[in-house]
Ligand binder design. Structure first.
Ligand code: MG
Length: 254
């Protein structure tokens, strides 16, 4: 199934996407919910980020070739950090570059959406705590990333974490083609089977550190091919079975 969060006539709702329509639901997707008989055409709504996470956990250097292109050795355990959830925006919202004179890279990533409270879960049970999967573009200010030596500031500016377009529950997180295009040109083209740590390993390992709550999101690292975003670009991230996350880029004006 595919779940979307959307705005229609000023009201935010969740729904199940079927073809070109959304079936509105009552209740929380993370608890009990009912399908209603309201069907709305997708082109009559604005899709929002499918979840506003309580915690946004990021995994760095999780694809071999990306670690190489960043000049880093392969991690022996997942490189884990937190990003502010206020950086999240939805599909079609504009990425606003705060420091356009810096190199600001795109990073196509599979995002794991947690469905149930998870603390110290085993690897072979970890996916039972996952609600589904969406797409994130982990926009990163490389100058600040290098200068700070940690990643919070470089990755937490408002609009630097586009998320969406939907949460898909039926994809295989360890075997999904992932591609990123800038103005139609392919820049990142890989498969999640190249991840060093699998989705289940990541959920288990993060849950050994912090209790994960429903709606929390873990972004799982990016393949090679990161490149700078510039004002006027349109950046699209596609994962088979989830869809296309598309955002324009502009320089932030005061
Ligand atoms: Mg990243």
């Amino acid at each position: 199934m595919k779940f979307a969060r959307f705005l229609e006539n000023g009201v935010i709702s969740y729904g199940v996407v079927e073809g070109e329509e959304i079936i509105k639901i009552n209740g929380s997707i993370f608890e009990a919910y009912q399908l209603t008989d309201q069907r709305i055409s997708l082109n009559q709504v604005e899709l929002l980020a499918p979840v506003i996470p309580g915690k946004l956990v990021a995994i760095g250097l999780n694809y071999k070739k990306h670690a190489e292109e960043m000049g880093k050795s392969l991690p022996e355990e997942p490189m884990m950090f937190l990003v502010s959830p206020t950086a999240v925006v939805g599909p079609k919202e504009t990425i606003q570059l705060v420091n356009p004179e810096h190199r600001n890279d795109h990073e196509a990533e599979l995002a794991i959406v947690i469905g149930k409270r998870a603390s110290e879960v085993a690897i072979d049970e970890a996916l039972e705590y996952v609600f589904g999967y969406t797409i994130c573009n982990d926009v990163s200010d490389r100058v600040l990333q290098k200068r700070d030596g940690q990643f919070t500031r470089a990755k937490s500016f408002s609009t630097y974490k586009p998320l969406g377009p939907v949460i898909a529950t039926d994809i295989d997180p360890d075997r999904s083609p992932i591609q990123l295009r800038v103005n139609g040109e392919v820049r990142q083209d890989s498969n999640t089977n190249d991840m060093i740590f699998s989705a289940s390993e990541i959920v288990s390992i993060v849950s050994q550190v912090m209790t994960l709550e429903p709606g929390d999101v873990i972004i799982t690292g990016t393949p090679s091919g990161v490149s700078p975003l510039l004002e006027g670009d349109v950046v699209e991230v596609e994962i088979d079975g989830i869809g296309v996350l598309s955002n324009k880029v502009t320089n932030k004006t005061i």
